[in-house]
Design a protein around this ligand. Structure first.
Ligand code: UDX
Length: 436
C-alpha cells in the first residue's frame, strides 16, 4: 500500500522503515532537511538498534523514500501523522503546533478515500477537532496510537502488544479501519490484538498507558523511600512483589526514576487535559507520581554527598551514563544527566561517560566533563555514580577492575543494577537507592 509518514523523529522514522519492511511503498516527510538527507542515505539520525538495517533494505528495495515537501505525500492511500507534541514552554499541556501545521500542510493533498492516521500522543479531543478540519477533503481520520519504547522501537513497531485504531462512527470510519487492518495485515494474522474504538478512547489509551507505567515506577520508588528509612532492601521487596502475577516484575525497577521524551511530558499533558475537562481530582495522583520521580534525582545526589562526607567541591566524580535509559542516545529529561549537572553545580569535577549519548549530552550541557572511555572516566575518581544501566557498567565492569582505576572506592548505584555484595567484597562502599 502507498503511504506517507509525516514527521521522521524517533516515532516516524522507525514507522516508515518498518512499514517498508512489511512490503508497503513509503515516503517519509520531515521539515528538517539534514534529517531527511541522512535518512535518504540510509543513516539513522539517532541511535536505535536495527533501524539502519531496515532503512538500507527499504531504500535498496525502492520501497522507502524521504522528502521535505508536503506535496510528496500526494497519492498515498494512508498518511501517518508522527510529529512531536512537546510540553508547552512554561506550562504542562502539550504543544500541538506541529500537529496542526502538519495537517494544514497535508490538507491540499488529501483525496476522497484517503486515510489520515494520527500516531502522535495528543490530548483527548484533538482527533475529533482534526477530523472536522479535513472532513471536506473526503479523507477519513483515525487515531492509531503508538506504544513503542526507544531502544526497542523496531521490535515494538513490527510486533506490538496490541494495535488500537479509533474511528468516528459511520461508513467512512469503518472503511478507514479496514484500510488500517490491511496495513497491519501480517501482525493481525499473527494474532496481535486489533482493537477498534472511538477516537477519544484511542487517544486516552495512550495517555493512560503512560500514566500507568509512570505510576508503577514511582510506586516502587516511593516504596524505596520507605525501605531506606526502615533499613529494608527495595530490590528484594520488588522481586517478591513481582511474583504476584497480578502485579508482575516489569516497571518495578527502582532507582533515579523515569525520564526521556515521553513519560514525563505525557503524564503532565494528561493531567493538564483532565483538569481542562473538570476532572483534575481524578488525576491528582499524577502530580505525586511526578514529584516522587523528581525526588529520586535529588536523593541520588544526596547519597553521593553523604558518601563523600559532605566534601564534594573539587572532588572527581565519574558519572556512568547520560542517556535516559540504555540502548538509547536520548538525553531529553534524562535523570542521569540531571544528577551529573547537580553534582557539577555543587562544585564537583564531574566526568560523564556513556556508550551512545555523549554528543547529545555535550550539546545540552557543555559545562560538564566528558570522556568516551569508561576506564578513563573512572581513573582517579573519588566516587562513582551509575545512572544508566548499560551492560558496560552493569555486567561488564568488575568491581576489582574499577577499584584498580579509582582513587576512592565509593559507588552510588542510581539504578540498583550492580551486585552490591560483589562490590562490597572488592572493598567498595556501596550505596543503592532504597537498599541500605
Ligand atoms: C515509554 C513507554 O514505555 C512507551 O510505551 C511509550 O510509547 C513512550 O514512553 P520510552 O520513553 O522509550 O517508552 O522508555 P521506557 O523504556 O518506558 O522507560 C522510560 C523511563 O523509565 C526510563 O528513564 C527508564 O529508565 C525508566 N524506568 C523504566 C525505570 O526507572 N524503571 C523501570 O522499571 C522501567
Amino acid at each position: 500500500m502507498r503511504m506517507s509518514v509525516i514527521g521522521c523523529g524517533y516515532l516516524g522514522a522507525v514507522h516508515a522503515a518498518a512499514m517498508a519492511s512489511l512490503g508497503h511503498d513509503v515516503i517519509g516527510i520531515d521539515v528538517d532537511e539534514g534529517r531527511v538527507a541522512a535518512l535518504a542515505a540510509g543513516s539513522a539520525p539517532f541511535f536505535e538498534p536495527r533501524l539502519e538495517e531496515l532503512l538500507r533494505a527499504g531504500i535498496e528495495s525502492g520501497r522507502l523514500r524521504f522528502g521535505t515537501r508536503p506535496g510528496d505525500a500526494a497519492g498515498a492511500r494512508v498518511h501517518f501523522l508522527a510529529v512531536g507534541t512537546p510540553q508547552l514552554p512554561g506550562g504542562h499541556a502539550a504543544d500541538l503546533r506541529f500537529v496542526e501545521a502538519a495537517v494544514d500542510a497535508l490538507r491540499p493533498h488529501l483525496r476522497p478515500g484517503d486515510v489520515l492516521a494520527g500516531k502522535s500522543t495528543v490530548p483527548v479531543g484533538t482527533a475529533a477537532r482534526l477530523a472536522a478540519r479535513v472532513a471536506d477533503t473526503g479523507a477519513a481520520l483515525v487515531w492509531n496510537p503508538e506504544f513503542l519504547r526507544e531502544g526497542w522501537a523496531v521490535h515494538d513497531t513490527l510486533t506490538p502488544d496490541r494495535i488500537v485504531v479509533g474511528a468516528a462512527a459511520g461508513a467512512r470510519g469503518e472503511r478507514a479501519v479496514d484500510v488500517l487492518r490491511e496495513v497491519y495485515r501480517s501482525a493481525v494474522d499473527a494474532g496481535i490484538p486489533f482493537l477498534v474504538t472511538d477516537l477519544a478512547t484511542a487517544e486516552l489509551v495512550k495517555g493512560a498507558a503512560n500514566a500507568f507505567l509512570a505510576t508503577k515506577i514511582s510506586f516502587i520508588n516511593a516504596m524505596a523511600e520507605v525501605a531506606d528509612a526502615a533499613d529494608a532492601d527495595i530490590t528484594l521487596l520488588a522481586e517478591a512483589l513481582g511474583h504476584d502475577t497480578r502485579i508482575g516484575h516489569r516497571y518495578l525497577g527502582s532507582g533515579i526514576g523515569f525520564g526521556g521524551g515521553c513519560l514525563p511530558k505525557d503524564i503532565r499533558a494528561f493531567a493538564a487535559r483532565a483538569e481542562e475537562l473538570g476532572r483534575g481530582a481524578a488525576v491528582g495522583f499524577l502530580h505525586e507520581v511526578d514529584a516522587i520521580n523528581l525526588r529520586r534525582r535529588e536523593h541520588a545526589v544526596r547519597l553521593v554527598v553523604e558518601a563523600l562526607d559532605g566534601l564534594v567541591f573539587g572532588r572527581r566524580i565519574a558519572v556512568l551514563g547520560a542517556a535516559f535509559k540504555p540502548f538509547s542516545d536520548d538525553v531529553r529529561d534524562s535523570p542521569a544527566l540531571e544528577v551529573a549537572v547537580r553534582l557539577r553545580g555543587l562544585g564537583a569535577d564531574v566526568v560523564v561517560t556513556d556508550p551512545a549519548a555523549l554528543d547529545n549530552a555535550r550539546a545540552l550541557h557543555p559545562q560538564l566533563g566528558y570522556e568516551p572511555s569508561r576506564d578513563e572516566a573512572l581513573r582517579d575518581a573519588d566516587a562513582v555514580v551509575v545512572v544508566t544501566e548499560w551492560d558496560e557498567y552493569r555486567r561488564e565492569l568488575s568491581p576489582a577492575h574499577a577499584a584498580s582505576l579509582v582513587r576512592g572506592r565509593v559507588v552510588v548505584d542510581g539504578r540498583n543494577c550492580l551486585d552490591a555484595a560483589a562490590w562490597r567484597a572488592a572493598g567498595w562502599t556501596y550505596c543503592g537507592m532504597g537498599r541500605r
